[in-house]
Design a protein around this ligand. Structure first.
Ligand SMILES: Cc1cc2nc3c(=O)[nH]c(=O)nc-3n(C[C@H](O)[C@H](O)[C@H](O)COP(=O)(O)OP(=O)(O)OC[C@H]3O[C@@H](n4cnc5c(N)ncnc54)[C@H](O)[C@@H]3O)c2cc1C
Ligand SMILES: NC(=O)c1ccc[n+]([C@@H]2O[C@H](COP(=O)([O-])OP(=O)(O)OC[C@H]3O[C@@H](n4cnc5c(N)ncnc54)[C@H](O)[C@@H]3O)[C@@H](O)[C@H]2O)c1
Length: 456
């Protein structure tokens, strides 16, 4: 028998559970389908486990640098891989179980554990049961891409999921890709003692960023003896477990014990029955949505990574807020109101808000930037973490803050000073006149706004 609900949500990622809570609180009945692990990518194979491991890696790095701080160790620290992974697993399990319990105990929410797919505009089949819902919300996320590289199918390779279950530290980790996933795992495994080689096809790492940002990040990684091969499209792979060779540009090869693919993500939409319901996707499989995250079928909405409009936990959660505002609060919050913001959790981290300097320049506006290296930021010097810089870019005519980048200690937090001012649409002079706390990285933001130089 088909059971009817006011709403159905597919996928317990970063948007679905919070939306279920709002929908049920408004008196609506909700069917919730999750086929694998509650909490999705962020909790199980993304942010949470990687940031837990990065914390261990930071501790290892600080111990290795003990003498820089005037400390003498009687013996070098040993990595207890099992204990370190157990810490990560405990943190992940607590978070996952929290989401699972939250949904299971939610009044008005019926949880289905299984793969769900659309069988009509309102119909869903999940784990052999048929349900129907007035409105459907898709939060199905993405998975690691595995491009059709010659030879790849014949060698064992790791993704962001399987690398988190390794039973030992690789001797030499080859990483294909040179962006978020690659860099966070590269530095972490280097700090755990692995030799690491990054293979990136663009001519610089994180090529969406300004060139000086890429070069600064390359310097940070090279300081720790991470090998970086840019302009190096991997055109083939061969080898056996424990000895894998990547062939680059047809001219060079590099061998390692393990291979990690970090070349982007593909949406989990091919097995969702979208065509049956008439939901349109783009050529890469991302679900097409309008500015309020409605799909081509008006009662079906798509949120999180699967709509291709963001690829972060905070963008997924913001999608939930946009949908809740439109559906439940009669507020017209929109995707286009969102200011780009993200961090890369290398150490020191990079925090970004708004446009890069190159993007700001490309708008054709009259712009200026203020910048300062971390070597001239007291807090960074005192912490012994002088790599990095900060830059803020403004519109000289409207006084708008257009964007900022901070690479340095606490940059992932400090960037919010700029982001919040941008959200408030405050002119840059407002930020310049705020008294900031000393000694912090943020206290130099007003200073660099007093040293703006036109960008031509
Ligand atoms: C290694 C790594 C590190 C990351 N670190 C960060 C970070 O530090 N900060 C940050 O902001 N972002 C980070 N991200 C990105 C972040 O994890 C994702 O953007 C975020 O998790 C996306 O959430 P989502 O809600 O779109 O979907 P997901 O969290 O991917 O959840 C989708 C859920 O849907 C389920 N599902 C899929 N299809 C079906 C179906 N047919 N039926 C039932 N259930 C289904 C899946 O099992 C999954 O549980 C990281 C990603 C990776 C890979
Ligand atoms: N700190 C964070 O917030 C965080 C951390 C990890 C992941 N994420 C999210 O996960 C998503 C996926 O990250 P990602 O790093 O896998 O993807 P990405 O799309 O950001 O980068 C992929 C990189 O791989 C390179 N590449 C592609 N094919 C290649 C080839 N054949 N040879 C060599 N290089 C190749 C690309 O040029 C690019 O630099 C990101 O969009 C990000 O939003 C976020």
């Amino acid at each position: 028998m088909t059971r009817h609900f006011d709403a159905a949500i597919i996928g317990a990622g970063q948007a679905g559970p919070a939306l279920a809570a709002r929908l049920t609180a408004s008196g609506r009945s909700v069917a919730f389908a999750e086929r694998h692990l509650f909490g999705g990518t962020c909790v199980n194979t993304g942010c949470t486990p990687t940031k837990a491991l990065i914390a261990s890696a930071k501790a290892a790095r600080m111990i290795a640098r003990a003498s820089d701080y005037g400390l003498t160790l009687d013996a070098p620290a040993r990595i207890d891989w099992a204990a370190l992974m157990a810490r990560k697993d405990r943190i992940v399990a607590a978070s996952r179980d929290g989401v699972d319990r939250w949904l299971a105990n939610m009044q008005g929410c019926t949880v289905y554990r299984g793969h769900a797919h659309l069988v009509g505009p309102h119909g869903i089949s999940v784990g052999g049961e048929e349900i129907e819902a007035d409105n459907i919300y898709l939060n199905v996320g993405c998975r690691a891409a595995a491009p059709a590289l010659p030879g790849l199918a014949k060698v064992p390779y790791l993704t962001n999921s399987s690398i988190l279950a390794l039973e030992e530290i690789p001797e030499h980790l080859l990483i294909i890709g040179g962006s978020y996933v690659a860099l966070e795992f590269a530095q972490m495994f280097r700090r755990f003692g692995a030799k690491v080689t990054i293979i990136e096809k663009s001519d610089r790492l994180v090529s969406r960023e300004d060139p000086d940002t890429s070069h600064c990040i390359e310097d940070i990684l090279r300081t720790e003896d991470i090998l970086i091969k840019t302009g190096a499209a991997c055109i083939g792979i061969d080898g056996v477990p424990g000895n894998i060779t990547a062939h680059l540009n047809g001219t060079e090869k590099v061998s390692g014990s393990h291979l990690l693919l970090a070349v982007g993500r593909v949406p989990n939409t091919a097995d969702l029955g979208l065509d049956v319901a008439g939901v349109m996707t783009d050529e890469r499989g991302f679900i097409q949505v309008d500015d309020c995250l409605r799909t081509s079928v008006p009662h079906i909405w798509a949120m999180g990574d699967c709509n291709g409009k963001g690829a972060f936990t905070h963008t997924s959660y913001n999608d939930y807020e946009i949908i809740a505002a439109n559906v439940l609060d009669r507020e017209s919050r929109k995707l286009s109101d969102r200011i780009t913001a993200y961090a890369i959790y290398i150490d020191p981290p990079m925090g970004r808000a708004g446009l890069t300097e190159a993007q700001a320049k490309a708008t054709g506006r009259r712009i200026a930037s203020g910048m300062r290296p971390m070597s001239r930021v007291s807090r960074a010097v005192e912490k012994g973490e002088e790599q990095g810089f900060m830059r803020i870019t403004v519109d000289l005519d409207s006084s708008e803050i257009l964007g900022a980048v901070i690479i340095g200690p606490g940059a992932d937090e400090a960037i919010h000073s700029v982001l919040d001012m941008m959200a408030a649409r405050a002119p840059w002079q407002t930020l310049q006149h705020v008294m900031h706390i000393h000694p912090t990285v943020s206290e130099l933001l007003p200073t660099i706004l007093g040293e703006l130089k036109p960008v031509t």
